[in-house]
Ligand binder design. Structure first.
Ligand SMILES: NC(=O)c1ccc[n+]([C@@H]2O[C@H](COP(=O)([O-])OP(=O)(O)OC[C@H]3O[C@@H](n4cnc5c(N)ncnc54)[C@H](OP(=O)(O)O)[C@@H]3O)[C@@H](O)[C@H]2O)c1
Length: 250
């Protein structure tokens, strides 16, 4: 398949890395120039073209721009009715994309994260997309979401990634201060959570079950959890998500 990327930034680079070596022709736009050049140098199946060439040649085009840039540049590109368009942009609704990319009409929204380079990531999408399934269905889990508002709520939930990873980093940093081995400290903290995540994916456990297993009264986990709750951090998390929800107009 010829797979195009308009906007060659952080998330496009991760998707290109994920798709490289799978028999596709990967066409990336020339901005960001340094990222595009780096991808072309690292992967034989990557070519750097300008935006119109990416769009005119690709069977599937991923839109990886900031939304305000997309509003300025997309309408002038040579879209075709027989190609698929997949946007990863949080704040450009389908109705606007449909107008900007006409006559292309097979248009979907999805939410990749940079962990897609390792496979087994989750890709919520709306509407369901044969093109996305063809490209990532074997390596990753496609989650069709019934409504655009529901997909946008997944965008909000995807923003849990940085706060939770940052908390894990803080905890691993504290451990490293005690042991003097930061690599081992990160591996330990990551391993603890990987174990719980496996329990969910392999055994079907839910968060409540995992927390019950850590709720021994007066135990270390219960004590730290209560202290964190007293700071108001869980409420701040929900308030932050509500703020993002308002920003996305859900
Ligand atoms: N990062 C993530 O984890 C993530 C996850 C899901 C969705 N998203 C969404 O993906 C989009 C891109 O995010 P990002 O993190 O990849 O941002 P980014 O690294 O800033 O990438 C945006 C790219 O667009 C390029 N660009 C600007 N004007 C352009 C033009 N006229 N034609 C072609 N390309 C142009 C920029 O190039 P210059 O640097 O040369 O300006 C930059 O490389 C956003 O809408 C974001 O919400 C990101």
């Amino acid at each position: 398949m010829r797979v195009g990327f308009v906007g060659t930034g952080v998330i496009a680079a991760a998707m290109v890395e994920a798709l490289s070596g799978r028999g596709h022709d990967l066409l990336v736009s020339s901005r960001n120039a340094a990222t595009a050049a780096d991808l072309a140098q690292r992967f034989d199946d990557v070519r750097v073209l300008d935006n119109p060439d990416v769009v005119s040649r690709a069977d599937v085009v991923f839109l990886c721009l900031m939304a305000d840039v997309a509003r300025d540049v997309l309408a002038a590109l040579p879209w075709r009715g027989d190609q698929s368009v997949i946007s990863v942009m949080a704040d450009l609704p389908l109705v606007q994309l449909t107008a900007l990319c006409a006559p292309a009409s097979d248009i979907a929204l999805t939410i990749p994260l940079s962990s897609i380079t390792a496979g087994r990531s989750v890709l919520p999408c709306h509407p369901d997309s044969d093109a996305l399934r063809a490209l990532f269905g074997e390596s990753d889990t496609i989650i069709p979401v019934a409504t655009e508002a529901g997909l946008n709520a997944h965008f909000v939930a995807s923003a849990l990634s940085a706060p939770i990873l940052a908390m894990m980093q803080t905890g691993a940093g504290w451990l490293a201060d005690q042991t003097g081995d930061s690599k081992a400290a990160e591996a330990y903290v990551a391993g603890v959570f990987a174990g719980f995540m496996r329990q969910m994916s392999v055994q079907g456990a839910d968060f409540e079950t995992l927390l019950e297993g850590l709720a021994t009264e007066g135990g270390l986990n219960a004590t730290l959890l209560a202290q964190i709750a007293e700071t108001g951090a869980p409420d701040a998390l929900v308030q932050g998500m509500v703020g993002l929800q308002a920003r996305l107009g859900i």
